[in-house]
Design a protein around this ligand. Structure first.
Ligand SMILES: [Zn+2]
Ligand SMILES: [Zn+2]
Length: 337
């Protein structure tokens, strides 16, 4: 089959590789659509937990074309979105409702072959059946949506809270929509690209502010005492460092964006103490595929406007370059095309 292979840090190739083998408890999924994610960029630059060579890709949906001999819950022809996070179910964290910290965690497209390929092998227990209301393009959004569900479960939005989101990439734009349903009084977005700001407004942001020297004044006007919830959806250390200056006393800060794994920021512990701040991390997802599927099936979140490119696998190098330069929104690969 054809696949994108990260052969070494900062080296990506389209290669012919052997089709995946279906183990007894696994299924083979023919990938219909798969999204490129910021995490894939970190993997490419060797700023993540992956090793090389690797077929990346963890956001995908497709159709089961083969089932292992022990699989009873799925059959050939089922449309599914697999949870790329593979939990052992036996360790301390799995048995403490914190499976995303599984001591034996494996990630499809992170530590084992992923979906930037025509076929991918996944354990049947990681698969979620898709209703007809969710098309192939939407199916590849179940995983990122599940990450947003996990994040929202990690914090608590109080009625009337002012929300500030840095970054209007695909995840920021999903967060805007999700937080608009949370009881917040304002959902404000800061972003440097004007087309993304326009989309944020279209997706329900109550105000949008261009990133730059004038942002502070605009934000002070919108929320004179600061924001009750500040979300980073950029992963950029410099953005994260200044994000705290907009946090209200008793505020919650959510680190959603993935920063390079060695990056650091300056933060005064005194401020955390003095202002009763809560700092929340949110890693991947934790059994949150069902609510994500429910969001999509019931049209609570509109993901279609977030897709800027849909291309065959062979165009990966080109779109990956555009993606890294911030010149795309969600890019979807169509391995069969
Ligand atoms: Zn992702
Ligand atoms: Zn475990």
């Amino acid at each position: 089959m054809q696949a994108v292979v990260f052969t070494a840090p900062e080296t990506a190739r389209i290669e012919q590789v052997p089709d995946p083998i279906c183990r007894p408890d696994e299924v083979i999924v023919q990938v219909a659509r798969t999204g490129i994610c910021g995490t894939d960029v970190h993997i490419y630059h060797n700023e993540y937990m992956s090793e090389f060579p690797l077929i990346p890709g963890h956001e995908f949906g497709g159709t089961i074309v083969e089932v292992g001999k022990d699989v009873t819950d799925f059959k050939v022809g089922d449309r599914v979105a697999p949870d790329p996070n593979l939990y052992c179910g036996r360790c301390y964290f799995c048995r403490n409702e914190q499976a995303n910290h599984c001591l034996n965690w494996q990630g499809v497209g992170i530590t084992r072959p992923g979906s930037f390929a025509e076929y991918v092998a996944v354990p049947a227990r990681a698969c979620y059946r898709l209703p007809d209301a969710i098309d192939d393009a939407q199916a590849a959004f179940v995983e990122p949506l599940a990450c947003v569900v996990h994040a929202l479960k990690r914090l608590r939005v109080w009625p009337g809270d002012e929300v500030l989101i840095f970054g209007a990439g695909p995840m920021g734009l999903i967060l805007v929509q999700a937080l608009r349903h949370s009881g917040a009084s304002q959902v404000v977005v800061v972003e440097k690209q004007s087309d993304r700001l326009a989309l944020a407004q279209q997706m329900g942001a109550t105000a949008v502010v261009p990133a730059g020297p004038e942002q502070t004044e605009a934000l002070r006007e919108l929320a004179p005492y600061g924001f009750a919830l500040v979300v980073d959806a950029t992963g950029v250390p410099a953005v994260i460092e200044q994000a705290f200056t907009y946090l209200k006393p008793r505020g919650q800060y959510l680190q959603f964006g993935v920063a390079p794994n060695h990056a650091t920021i300056k933060l005064k512990p005194y401020d955390v103490f003095r202002y009763d701040w809560t700092i929340i991390g949110s890693f991947a997802l934790c059994y949150t595929f069902q609510p994500a599927i429910a969001w999509l099936a019931n049209k609570l979140i509109d993901v279609t406007p977030l897709i800027s490119h849909t291309v065959p696998l062979r165009e990966f190098a080109h779109v990956f370059e555009l993606f890294q330069a911030g010149k795309t929104l969600k890019v979807q690969l169509q391995p069969g095309a």
